[in-house]
Design a protein around this ligand. Sequence first.
Ligand SMILES: Nc1nc2c(c(=O)[nH]1)N[C@H]1C(S)=C(S)[C@@H](COP(=O)(O)OP(=O)(O)OC[C@H]3O[C@@H](n4cnc5c(=O)[nH]c(N)nc54)[C@H](O)[C@@H]3O)O[C@H]1N2
Ligand SMILES: Nc1nc2c(c(=O)[nH]1)N[C@H]1C(S)=C(S)[C@@H](COP(=O)(O)OP(=O)(O)OC[C@H]3O[C@@H](n4cnc5c(=O)[nH]c(N)nc54)[C@H](O)[C@@H]3O)O[C@H]1N2
Ligand SMILES: [Mo]
Length: 661
Amino acid sequence: MEEKQIRFACSLDCFDGCSMMATVRDGKVLKIEGDKEHPLTRGSICEKGRKHLERMYHPERILKPKKRYKDTWIDISWEDALDEIAGKLLDTKEKYGASAVMYFNDSGYSGLSKSVDEMFFNYYGGVTIPRGSLCWAAGIKAQKYDFGNARSNYPEDYVNAKHIIIWGRNPYSTNMHLISLLLKARQKGANICVIDPIRTKTADFAHEHIAVKPATDGALALGMAHIIINEGLIDQEFINDYVLGFEEFKAYVRSFTPEKTAEITGISLDVIRKLAISYATTKPSCIILGYGMQRYVNGGNNIRCIDALGAITGNIGISGGGVNYANKLFSSYIGGEVEKSASYSKATRSFSKVKMGEFLESVKEPPIKCLFVMKANPIVQAPDINRTMEAFRKVEYKVVIDMFMTDTAQLADLVLPCTSVLEEEDIIFSSMFTNYCNYSHRVVEPPEGLIGEYDLYRRLARKMNLQDYPDIDQEEFLCRAINPLKESFGITLEDMKKGSSTIPNQQIAWRDRRFETPSGKFELYSTTALQDGLSPLPSYIEATSGEREFPLRLITPHLKDSLHSQHFAFIDNIPTVYMNRNTLNAYNLVEGEKAVVESKQGSIKVIVKTNNGVGEQILMIYQGWWHKSGSVNFLTEALHSDMGEQAAYYDCFCRIKAIGE
Ligand SMILES: Nc1nc2c(c(=O)[nH]1)N[C@H]1C(S)=C(S)[C@@H](COP(=O)(O)OP(=O)(O)OC[C@H]3O[C@@H](n4cnc5c(=O)[nH]c(N)nc54)[C@H](O)[C@@H]3O)O[C@H]1N2
Ligand SMILES: Nc1nc2c(c(=O)[nH]1)N[C@H]1C(S)=C(S)[C@@H](COP(=O)(O)OP(=O)(O)OC[C@H]3O[C@@H](n4cnc5c(=O)[nH]c(N)nc54)[C@H](O)[C@@H]3O)O[C@H]1N2
Ligand SMILES: [Mo]
């Protein structure tokens, strides 16, 4: 049999959006590697991307529907599984109404074909749906107030910057193709600085690392603005023409003197001053934001304060500039059947993803009777696991769709398998960084009998006689979804199939300075924020701090070799906690020993490790560990940030003590 090379795309919820090549022989994938022809990812892929192959052929992958029976699981046929779900859904709707059904989905798979879950539940009549985010919503909302939308310069443009601040992002772990762009920018002479309470590998690579105290970035940005304004380094012309509320902002930042800023942020006067001046005078100056500093109760305002720096220095709408947080580019041009289905949803009840446990405990008229989870592992990834798990368990009927028996699936009544990305024909894009949308070809057929989510919902809709549900094949569904792209830019499905597509002439976000805010300007003063009960100006809300009993802040960032919990699946050891030597000594801990970390919410066992790059009074544990190891979200509290109902994971306070084995 001959070997074939087939192009597909990574489906992980990640910045980079890599294109990949699979080598196939006799219906079996032999290897996967990067696609050298992709303009941005250029053939390099990360460890977790490579693991698509291992996951597809893993002996523990779920291949048949599994039904809970007493204390064990039994395999059932697809027909029986679909009959059972259809029966439950029809019955629940009749007895309690459609809103007694709830679903929780996330971005476990980023392809368009699996967005049919939303469409299915809309046609069903409108169930209880999730709102808010575990991921990035505080920053998205902040940028909506300021710019009207979250847009970024195309990544290839970052190399044109003379000064780059990587602010609360760790691309060494989470966004590897940004690192190659930073290398290029550095070769061209750009100065690169990283602002992070932890000295990450990204910080090691930069010219400077500024160790800000957690959740004080808003104050740092306002302090920088104070210096920039005082020194006359603002871009007056840009402000006059395109900025609303400068005078009010100027009055507000007057009190953020360098001394006060230094006191709040823990950064020396010299460093703050140098940073402010180099940002304002080395044009074009670019800020690349991560999602770290918006995972706090003051997170949205932290991002607004940083956005303001771009506005007062005129570093917006120019090549090499921008306050780049996300790139909501393709999502504005995707529509089709999912969009159309919205009008079929009658009930409109929603719950915050962050507070699923609290919602389930208290919801009445009707209470939740059926719960569906897909593309997500909330019993590991959502905050306050103990509470969420207890409430989740009490729901009468729960269905989970996943490739593996996750901790969430273990609590279900019925678990359905799903296809791997290598078994799907799909369109994949991410709104975080990349400006490319990738077409992913089906590399191999799914294992005997296994059906993907597209067909699963279509078959369910047929069984339930869901009126008007589009009974079309997957290709037609994709074709309709990208219709706005075709109409606006002439990009067709056939074009897409050749590899990756991009939207022309939008390399520089806000080049036309036509902001999507109510005033059409960049809004330092946002009436919309005021109407939402927030300060109209970007404000510093004092960072929370630990109490006597739980003095240490726990930061739980993302690990290089796993996407959230997905690649921790087969790891049994317990998590490592990193802290600096002062913290280690203060708690009489010994390197390598076992300890227990406790918060008001719960506790987990850990192995102690010193890392002097971790700031004072901070513990750092990577997120993603499964229950068998000890999930960090046993410790976190279900808190909302100030904007977007975002999980404020890093406002988590703990104590640590040795176990003494
Ligand atoms: N390998 C890998 N890649 C991923 C993911 C993954 O799980 N693994 N997840 C993907 C997803 S869904 C996301 S959302 C992104 C997240 O990508 P990133 O934003 O890069 O990652 P985070 O871990 O959220 O946080 C980034 C940095 O913020 C820092 N930070 C924490 N608190 C503060 C603060 O108060 N101020 C400042 N300035 N910095 C702070 C943390 O120390 C961390 O180094 O990564 C994506 N890519
Ligand atoms: N403490 C703490 N917690 C965090 C974070 C943090 O920084 N700290 N980060 C948060 C962030 S940024 C995010 S985005 C969330 C992520 O939260 P989740 O999206 O829940 O995280 P994953 O572990 O990626 O879980 C996705 C699940 O989808 C499954 N899956 C993969 N492909 C498919 C498919 O095709 N169909 C179906 N049905 N399932 C599939 C995977 O096997 C996996 O179990 O976690 C958040 N949790
Ligand atoms: Mo995320």
